[in-house]
Design a protein around this ligand. Structure first.
Ligand code: PAF
Length: 280
């Protein structure tokens, strides 16, 4: 497995694979890999001949006062896991390699990024789109795998690919959960033992949405209300938002229907967690 730190080298490796008629998948990550990321690498393997995993804590997607400095990092463990999972290359650039000090061009999304997580993280998705676009350009990948836990990120990346005619296929990967239902996230490591127990309330709230939907509830406000009641009963939990939206446009739905995305962000202590379900 190649461990690569420069854009030039990873581009060259991908160009060589393409010249041999091999397809390339990119799995963009911010490292501190967990089982959720490993499932993305496995899915990438099934969809392409060669797999590049990028490990880059992208400074431009963190707002002031967010956790850029403290975001967990462990390069040695990440490379080890990528090797075991059969990745062909890990791209681990330093911030100065990815961004020139006099950079003056970046991407901006004007609709889907204004709702949900975008309300409390107004610059986040522009930072995500800019780095993801750069990774697509640097590798020339044929496909890219993104987790469905970040449902808004996935919708916005799909919109970028559509609106900018990018020649890449986006492959969504199902959410991977702990045994008690908490969605896997690198940020779960911030939780104290007590908060870790409380954090299950996100999944419990989504269970309510699913069971209400199955018993015939069509009114989004009703299920949002019930989900909120459950979360408010948890001491360390503070709701950022609970939304029922169309999973492509992220517009609020007036009536629940199959395919509606029910998503929430909740602060457990100081840790902001997100989760979602798509009604079936
Ligand atoms: O989902 C993430 O980990 C990040 O937002 C991504 C897509 C790797 C961009 O930095």
């Amino acid at each position: 497995m190649n461990i690569v730190r420069t854009k030039e080298e990873i581009s060259e490796i991908c160009r060589k694979w393409h010249s041999e008629n091999l397809t390339v998948a990119i799995v963009p990550t911010m490292g501190y890999l967990h089982e959720g990321h490993l499932s993305l690498i496995r899915l990438a393997r099934q969809n392409a001949d060669r797999v590049v995993v990028s490990v880059f804590v992208n400074p431009t997607q963190f707002g002031p006062g967010e956790d850029f400095e403290t975001y967990p990092r462990d390069e040695a463990r990440d490379t080890d896991l990528c090797r075991k999972e059969g990745a062909d290359a890990v791209f681990m650039p330093a911030p100065a390699e990815m961004y020139r000090s006099d950079k003056s061009v970046s991407l901006m999304e004007n609709r889907l990024s204004k709702v949900m997580c975008g309300m409390s993280r107004p610059t986040h998705f522009n930072g995500v789109l800019t780095v993801v676009c750069k990774l697509f350009n640097i590798t020339g990948a044929d496909c890219a795998v993104f987790g469905m836990k970040d449902a808004q990120q996935l919708a916005i990346i799909k919109r970028m690919v559509r609106d900018l005619d990018m020649p890449i296929k986006i492959i969504p990967a199902p959410i991977v959960r702990e045994s008690d239902g908490l969605a896997k996230s690198s940020r779960n490591t911030y939780l104290s033992a007590e908060e870790r127990k409380d954090a299950v309330c996100l999944r419990r709230a989504l269970d309510i949405a699913e069971s209400e939907w199955k018993s015939g509830e069509k009114n989004p406000d009703e299920i949002i209300h019930k989900m909120a009641d459950l979360i408010k009963s948890v001491r360390s939990a503070d709701i950022d938002y609970i939304s029922a939206v169309d999973s492509d446009t992220l517009e609020a739905v007036k009536e629940l229907r199959p395919g509606t995305l029910v998503a929430l962000a909740v602060k457990i202590g100081t840790t902001r967690l997100i989760d979602n379900t798509v009604l079936s």
